[in-house]
Structure formats: structure tokens, C-alpha cells
Design a protein around this ligand. Structure first.
Ligand code: 7PJ
Length: 367
């Protein structure tokens, strides 16, 4: 059943607990709620309702959320507030009280040109080691391009691309290794090779065996929203309200995972920038990011070098989209996103750390 009410945290600020303890200890109206149990708090809510297809929005301060009469929505509102503010579990051993950067390693022929197979694996491993040096805490290794219009690759080819890279990076770095795949067989073999996270852009809907394979592995998972298959997904995406439709989808996939035996504490959700979304959908999702904390799981954002940035700023070459990627990363972190997926790890780390220090007003932001 679809929800009739959604709550999007707004009025998000850095929680200066020490300062408030002295100045406003007894002014509860000033208190925000912690956003996903982290260092950001929110002071207001956009209350979104869907009636006969149209979304209505009203903004209320948090005090009114507690004292107001929610009528039939009282239980739903209390539930969402709880999900929005509760502390998130560690993910693949990483605490999520500060943003983590997932570095991208594409082991696809167009990403690592020239040389034979061995050279490709070696180049990918060297690239991964460099990303770890630059501060990536997670490495996301993918062997199937899921870019718009990409052709599918066989299981054998995908295994041939990713397994040596997972093994090599597992041996050479302490980074948490994530495999970006939609295929159950690749998942199983990646787990045996040392992967610690399963990242599936189809949220375990592409391969009928993938959900069981994930549950059996016991590993944490990333569920991403996409509409349609990569080959055709950007031809004609359709939404009622994209921000809310993505929420509904992710909520249903979280429930499917839990039903299959994956504990909620091992799930991360991702709204899937660029996957079956036009530019106006992508920017709407970016503006709606804080809503997704209502899922009660950590949020991952992957906007790095994507077409959205090219479209907004008329930048054809993906490698020229780094500044826009950093702006997206910061927009995400400012909305409480816990994991940022990025090609340009050094730059992304720098942007996040400087933003955190500025938001906190203290170098503790860097902690
Ligand atoms: C994403 C991904 C993303 C997650 C890709 C690209 C396309 N996995 N895999 N989120 N994108 N979780 O990097 O441009 O946004 S492949």
C-alpha cells in the first residue's frame, strides 16, 4: 500500500551541542532532532501528501510537529520521525557518523584502454590503491557498464573483469570492497574473492536469484532505484512525483530484502541519479534527498561525473564534470547523505572536509 504522508526534514543545521548547552539549554523550541542520528539536526519538516495524483506540501516547525494534531496520520508521522532521527548502524564495519567516500573502479574496456586482460586488471588494481591513498574507505568495483544504452555483458566476461581486481585489492589494501553487479553468480564469486558489500543498481530485481544469493552471503547491500533497464531507461521515464515514487520503490525493496532475511541494519538505499531519470527528475531528487532518511537506513549518493552535470553546465566530457560532481557531493552531505560514490576521491574528500569544518565552525568538523 502506498503511503499518504511523507515527511522531508528541512531547516538542517550543524548541531553545536556545546554552545547550546550554555545558551539555550531551556529553550526547547530551538532544539532540532538529529538527522539520522548524526551531527546534523533538522528544525522543520515539509509535510507532503498525495491526493489524486497531486502532491501537496506544507512546512511546519518541529515544535508544531510534536504538539500538532496529526489526526489519522498520527502513527505514520511518529513512525517516520523515529526513522528520520534514529542512529544508523555501522555499515560493513564503518561508522556512519561522518560521510564516507566510495571510490569507483570501472573494469570495463572503455575505462581502462589498451593492453590485454592482465594489464586491465593491473591498471584497475593500481587505480584502486591510489583511491585508497586518496582517502576512499570503500572501493566499488564494476565490470558491467550500466550507463544509458550500454550493452549487457555475459557472466563469464563480468567475472573475468572483476574477480582478479577484487582479489588483488583485497590482498593489497585494507579498504572495504564493494562489487557493483546485478548478477547472482558474480555476487557469489565476488564474495568468495573478498567483497564485503553487494551494490546492485537493480536493487536485486534484475536476476531472480540475486536476492537469495545476497541473503545467503550475509553481507551488507546497497539498493539503488532505477526505472527500466539501462539499455532503454532514459528513453521515456514516467513518474507521478519522482521524489515520492523513488521513496516508495526503495521502501518496497527494503521490505523485500528484510523478508528475504537481510537485516535492515545491513541495508543502504540510493535514489539512483541518472537511472531512468531526465534532468528535471534528477534535480528534483537532489532537492528531495533528506526525505530518504525516512527509510530508516543510510543513504548513498552517486552523481559523480554524471550527465545531469553536463546538462546543467553544458559540459560534454565526463572528466570535465569534477567541479559539478563536488557540488553534488556537498549538496548530498548537507542533506545528511552518509556515503558518497565518486570517481575523484581526493577532490571529494577535500570538499567534504572543508564543508564540514565550515558547517561546524570548528576544526572538529574534520573528526
Ligand atoms: C551508481 C552505481 C550509482 C550505485 C553506477 C556511473 C554509472 N551504484 N553504479 N549508485 N552508478 N549504488 O557511475 O556513472 O549512482 S554506474
Amino acid at each position: 500500500m502506498k503511503r499518504s504522508i511523507y515527511l522531508q526534514p528541512t531547516g538542517i543545521f550543524w548541531d553545536r551541542t556545546e554552545r547550546r548547552a550554555i545558551d539555550d539549554a531551556d529553550i526547547p523550541a530551538w532544539k532540532g532532532l538529529p538527522l539520522a542520528g548524526g551531527r546534523l539536526s533538522f528544525a522543520a519538516l515539509d509535510v507532503l501528501t498525495r491526493t489524486s495524483g497531486a502532491t501537496k506540501c506544507r512546512t511546519i516547525v518541529l515544535g508544531d510537529a510534536f504538539s500538532g494534531d496529526w489526526g489519522r496520520e498520527a502513527l505514520a508521522a511518529a513512525d517516520i520521525l523515529q526513522e528520520l532521527s534514529s542512529v544508523r548502524s555501522r555499515f560493513a564495519g564503518l561508522s556512519l557518523d561522518r560521510p564516507r567516500v566510495m571510490g569507483i573502479i570501472n573494469v570495463t574496456p572503455d575505462s581502462f584502454s589498451d593492453g590485454g586482460e592482465h594489464a586491465n586488471a593491473e591498471a584497475a588494481i593500481a587505480h584502486g590503491m591510489r583511491l585508497v591513498e586518496e582517502g576512499a574507505e570503500i572501493l566499488d568495483i564494476g565490470g558491467e557498464s550500466t550507463r544509458p544504452r550500454a550493452e549487457t555483458v555475459s557472466v563469464e566476461e563480468e567475472l573475468r573483469r572483476v574477480i582478479p581486481v577484487i582479489e588483488g585489492l583485497r590482498a593489497k589494501t585494507g579498504a572495504v570492497i564493494s562489487v557493483d553487479t546485478r548478477k547472482s553468480e558474480v555476487m557469489r564469486r565476488a564474495v568468495a574473492a573478498g567483497a564485503a558489500i553487494l551494490n546492485d543498481v537493480s536493487a536485486f530485481t534484475h536476476d531472480p536469484e540475486s536476492l537469495a544469493a545476497a541473503a545467503e552471503s550475509g553481507l551488507p547491500v546497497v539498493l539503488m532505484h532505477a526505472q527500466g533497464d539501462p539499455k532503454t531507461m532514459n528513453d521515456n521515464p514516467q513518474y507521478g512525483d519522482v521524489v515520492l515514487d523513488v521513496f516508495d520503490y526503495l521502501e518496497s525493496r527494503v521490505q523485500a530484502c528484510v523478508a528475504a532475511g537481510i537485516p535492515k541494519a545491513k541495508i543502504v538505499a540510493d535514489p539512483g541519479i541518472g537511472f531512468g531519470k531526465h534532468l528535471h527528475h534528477n534535480v528534483a531528487v537532489m532537492a528531495g534527498l533528506s526525505l530518504y532518511h525516512g527509510l530508516g537506513v543510510p543513504i548513498l549518493l552517486g552523481a559523480s561525473r554524471k550527465k545531469m552535470i553536463g546538462q546543467l553546465c553544458n559540459v560534454e566530457e565526463a572528466k570535465d564534470r569534477v567541479p559539478g560532481s563536488l557540488a553534488c557531493a556537498i549538496a548530498g552531505v548537507a542533506a545528511g547523505v552518509q556515503i558518497v560514490r565518486a570517481h575523484d576521491v581526493k577532490e571529494t574528500k577535500q570538499a567534504i572536509e572543508v564543508w564540514r569544518a565550515c558547517a561546524a565552525g570548528t576544526e572538529k568538523g574534520l573528526e
